[in-house]
Design a protein around this ligand. Sequence first.
Ligand code: PMT
Length: 401
Amino acid sequence: MLKNKTIVLGVTGGIAVYKAADIVSRLKKLNANVEVVMTEGATEFVTPLTFQTLSNNVVHRKMFNEITNYDVEHISLAQKADLILIAPATANTIGKIANGIADNLLTTVVMASTAKVVFAPAMNTKMYQNPIVQSNIEKLKSLGYEFINPAKGKLACGDYGEGKMAEPVDIVDYVISSFKEKDLIGRKIVVTAGPTIEPLDPVRYMTNHSSGKMGYSIAKEALDRGAEVVLISGSTCLEPPKGVELVRVKTTEDMLNAVGKYFATCDVLIKSAAPVDYRPESVSSSKIKKNKDTDELTIKYVKNPDIAAHFGKFKKNQIMVGFAAETENLLQYAEAKLKEKNFDFIVANDVSKVGAGFNVDTNIISIIDNKGETTNYPIMDKAQVARIILDKVKKLLDYKG
Ligand code: PMT
């Protein structure tokens, strides 16, 4: 995902240095070239050898090394960098850069580079809230430097509050999204994700195996590409992407109402959720007891509204993308749904295949458009599937103008 990208990781002296090792390892797994620059303070916490081993590169530390080759180190790093990430960023380094001080290798590299610079601050709460630190941060933001806000939590010094460095997974997510083209700015995209549930009594319900992974990946990709994203989600255990408007729903009826609230003003509706098609005709207000006299329990189900079909009837300019979860006759059933529900295109997945459909990180899809054209794709991560879907959406948006 980050192939051919060089990330210069500035590591400054704070206890969160140990988390920077995790950042390097995650970036390497995404095929980035990582060049670590450590300040003297950072080396007090973790040795350069840790970063050298994880990055497979020599760690840069000193401004005035004996010359072994004639690349001037700070200039060559500054030019090589596609992005400079400073994590953890101390108050000291933030202050130096904000005030044009370049007295070590890291601050000099930043000064000499035109690459995007992202800070992930980590410090004691009082320090973080200090007006001098805050005004340095504001000054840097106004100059185009970016910040990944620290979280609230128990700090190494024992205090509780703001100042804990963002988690490596979120920092790396931020780096990934920095490289994505913002081609969906100004577009409002509604994504439905996860299962709905239909209660039978206060302790039981009917649902399906949807984890929400497919829909959350689409929401994340749309967000990274600059769209305003509303994520209408059934019950899942997933962390919603930071920055989406999250609407939690339980039943199919709730999901219908939630989509209704946003449909008129959206550009795109992507129906990746798996709404339950039938609900018990009545919901018992008390727990249904086991009946000693019979081995059977009969429940009458009634049809739920079909959300996609409902909005497909009166869509105007909106692009509607559907999914078809099938276990047989994949393309035939998917094509019928495409027409019935008036989708612009449908993503068909055979949920009986290993690596496809419910509750896995990958999917195997075929896309059928409303001209009847079908494209088959090999197994891939749901993040890649999301990219393909949004590339197609973008083409349709451009076409519609
Ligand atoms: O969540 P994951 O674990 O990542 O799994 C992903 C997925 C398998 C749920 C996803 O890839 C998928 O296939 N979603 C659609 C599931 C589904 O309900 O398929 P369907 O063939 O029953 O419905 C066709 C379309 O109509 C879907 O877009 C569905 O959202 C929509 N629908 C269905 C029923 C209903 N009452 N209202 C609807 O709008």
